[in-house]
Design a protein around this ligand. Sequence first.
Ligand code: F6P
Length: 330
Amino acid sequence: MPRKSASPRNIAVFTSGGDAPGMNAAIRAVVRTAIYYGHRIFGIYRGYEGMIDGEISELFSTSVSNIIHRGGTILKTARSARFMTEAGMAKAYEQLRRYDIDYVIALGGDGTFRGALDFSKRYRIPFVGVPCTIDNDLYGTDYTIGFDTAINTAMQAIDKIRDTAAAHDRLFFVEVMGRDAGFIAMRSGIATGAEAILIPEDKLSIKQLIELLRRGWQRQKTSCIVVVAEGDEEGGAFEVAEKVKKQFRQYETRVTVIGHLQRGGSPTCNDRVLASRLGVAAVEAALAGKKNVMVGMRHTRIVYTPFRKAVKHHQTVNPDMLRLANILSI
Ligand code: F6P
């Protein structure tokens, strides 16, 4: 563990990409850990955009009081096209130099780490990444900050849809987020007893889906839930519903897209604890001299993955979860 420092450093923290519940808990952990070890900590607002524009100010212990339970991010976030240009990165470097920043802690997903990797090839200010995304698609950690809250939000929404589906004997197609990964669909589908789960990692065709629904109909299932990951090859929930309706009309159908509800709300206990652990680990990694790595949690242990590896690979859905979903959906 690093000691309290005799030569204080200036550390900066920012959030970037899609917000994720637990980002605030991670900011709090980063800020307080840096102060604990005797360093100054600066917040960069609006992600890489604010880095380019110099929206930077010092944070104190009280700056992060009463935020551990709040969704969103007090530092705001953005997706930045400017940072992908040489001119944007040069401007960001100038701003970091202006505040004598020695280290940057980046809270975000693979787009954020890709930006950090590009920057590290040109400039000598190192980054440490903290995985924050509801999608859980990052290599180098079992779970990303925000995923647990998102799946619980999706689960609660689907439970409510189940009530009305059962009351009206309807077939519902429910679309959940996840970009091109099926983690949210898989977890929320299993947790709500969905009759079918469509994810990009599995090639369930419309024909197979109809066969599955038909078998349920023959077994007297009066209502059904199909969870569709937004990135599924057959399309989103509206598209899948249209394709199914062309050949299978036994149920009256409805479509619900849960959307950005999944990104907000108070983080779950798991997300708050994960964010606290990874926030502390990120600062300690920086103080130990680790550069351009993402901190993650594997089997309850802190691990470090170089950005170049983290952005090259994707976490994969456990095939056993798919098997389990198939067995339980009969
Ligand atoms: O990466 C998080 C995420 O919520 C994805 O699940 C989704 O595809 C995307 O962001 C939506 O992005 P935006 O908020 O920019 O529409």
